[in-house]
Write a protein that binds this ligand. Structure first.
Ligand code: G6P
Length: 474
């Protein structure tokens, strides 16, 4: 049945998993995108088109937990070329400041084009006349244009969840023009930060040659496209409510006790990704232990690493590297029953995450580059007693809003050590002052506000254009 709102994202909110007994079940998909869009879907009456994970999984549209989902099948070649290849071997590193080296393969690009075409066709099929289609993230940048060709009647929004890089990096892409033109199929292109939107506008002017004025692009066919920042957020009230629940409160106490009731618990929660700076943060912590600044009886670091993209070479190497580092640190500095680092390579449900956040005194989020980082916001949302410290990388989008965190440069190990020490020793008044301000930001700018402002801009985009269209274009 066609819908008035169609969400298109590479992943569905749930991932199909084979259980040990041979049956199949569903698990919440990893990553910030799903966390953010799920509440939007629940509030509206839309349909979500995406990949349910796995190879050659052919399923009919179904309803899960009240959401209408349309699964798209991927073959082994699609997974290799489109998903692991072009999306995560080419685009992901380029869009994250070349933290790893991107690879360019023409077959990967061909697969990216073909899979984007299939997503566009599915969206065209499920949209009512004049419907709104909201396309998400770097895996689907060609969909807006392909979809507009199929269905010029639609209102199309695109949102990029990861950073949009500066021209110097973007220009390395052999297919840079096609990607910019793909995005220009949308009426509104949303980014996390103003910097990403500005990078996009500049590239469109320089590389595609379209006229632009402030945040608008004027296309030769008379259409305009707006590019603007919409910093994403979380369901802050929902997280707080969960954190306040008796079950989570009890579980948080249990976690602290299991860790040996140390004076301070440090926590890191990330997908196991080389952009997240896990290695550098564990090194900073372990040096403090080695120097005797922290004693393992007083300070424990819990690192949760959610398995991710395990078939991609760079991710396998990272996993080995972290395993080795944790083993070495615990071997050198741990005592019986007291590892310096409690390392968990697994994903956990929301309740367990909320309990971990509540059990943690110092949350450490140190990516080299991150679109936003919702973990930082989730931690803040759960600290309803206005306590706890956040150590946050300057290079996470969240740093633009959470100014009261201990902001660090993840490339500067000594700087990170100093911040960890300061957060460890901070007095209650300073913690309260900082956390209260951050909580205000996160509760006021929650995911509902984010989605509402994107949707409002999307429906206003043409009105807006008339109001600001200059007499002479620049
Ligand atoms: C990030 C991306 C999402 C992606 C998620 C998980 O949050 O922005 O698009 O879905 O990571 O990665 P995966 O490759 O498992 O979908």
């Amino acid at each position: 049945m066609p819908h008035d709102l169609v969400i298109v994202a590479n992943r569905l909110p749930v991932d199909r998993v084979e259980q040990p007994d041979g049956t199949t079940g569903w698990r919440t998909s990893p990553g910030g995108l799903v966390t953010a869009i799920e509440p939007v879907m629940r509030a509206g009456d839309g349909v979500w088109i995406g990949w349910p994970g796995g190879v050659d999984v052919a399923l009919e549209p179904f309803t899960h937990d009240g959401m209408d989902l349309v699964p798209l099948t991927m073959s082994a070649e699609d997974v290799e070329g489109f998903y692991e290849g072009f999306s995560n071997g080419t685009l992901w590193p380029i869009y994250h400041d070349l933290v790893a080296k991107p690879e360019f393969h023409r077959e990967w690009w061909d697969s990216y084009v073909a899979v984007n075409q299939r997503f566009a066709e599915a969206a065209a099929e499920h949209a009512n006349p004049g419907a709104t289609v909201w396309v998400h993230d770097y895996q689907l940048q060609l969909v807006p244009r392909l979809l507009r060709t199929l269905r010029p009647d639609l209102r199309i929004g695109f949102y990029l969840h990861i950073p949009f890089p500066p021209g110097e990096l973007f220009q390395q892409l052999p297919w840079r023009r096609e990607i910019l033109e793909g995005l220009l199929g949308a009426d509104l292109v949303g980014f996390q930060l103003a910097g990403g939107a500005a990078n996009f506008i500049r590239l469109v002017r320089q590389r595609v040659g379209h006229k632009t004025h402030r945040d608008l692009v004027y296309l030769p066919d008379g259409r305009t496209v707006r590019a603007a920042p919409f910093p994403i957020s979380i369901d802050a009230a929902g997280f707080e409510e969960l954190a306040r629940s008796p079950a989570v409160t009890a579980r948080a106490a249990e976690i602290r006790e299991a860790l040996g009731s140390p004076r301070r618990v440090f926590l890191g929660v990330d997908r196991l990704d080389y952009t997240k700076g896990i290695h550098a943060r564990l090194r900073a912590f372990s040096e403090l232990v080695a120097e005797g600044r922290f004693d393992v009886e007083d300070a424990v670091f819990v690192q949760v690493a959610v398995p991710s993209r395990e078939q991609v070479e760079q991710y396998r190497l990272l996993r080995d590297e972290i395993d080795r580092l944790v083993g070495r640190i615990n071997g050198d500095h741990g005592r019986i029953g007291r590892p310096a680092i409690s390392y968990l390579h697994s994903s956990y449900p929301r309740e367990e995450m909320a309990a971990l956040y509540r059990a943690a005194d110092i949350m450490v989020v140190t990516p080299y580059r991150d679109g936003m980082n919702l973990v930082a916001k989730e931690y803040v949302a759960t600290r309803f007693e206005d306590d706890g410290a956040l150590v946050l990388s300057e290079f996470a989008g969240a740093a633009e809003e959470l100014r009261q965190a201990w902001l660090v440069n993840p490339y500067d190990i000594n700087g990170m050590k100093a911040a960890l020490l300061e957060a460890y020793a901070a007095d209650e008044r300073s913690l309260t002052r900082r956390m209260r301000a951050m909580r205000r930001t996160v509760t006021q700018h929650d995911v509902k506000a984010w989605a509402a402002s994107f949707m409002t801009e999307l429906s206003d985009v043409h009105t807006h254009e008339k109001a600001v269209r200059p007499a002479r274009r620049s």
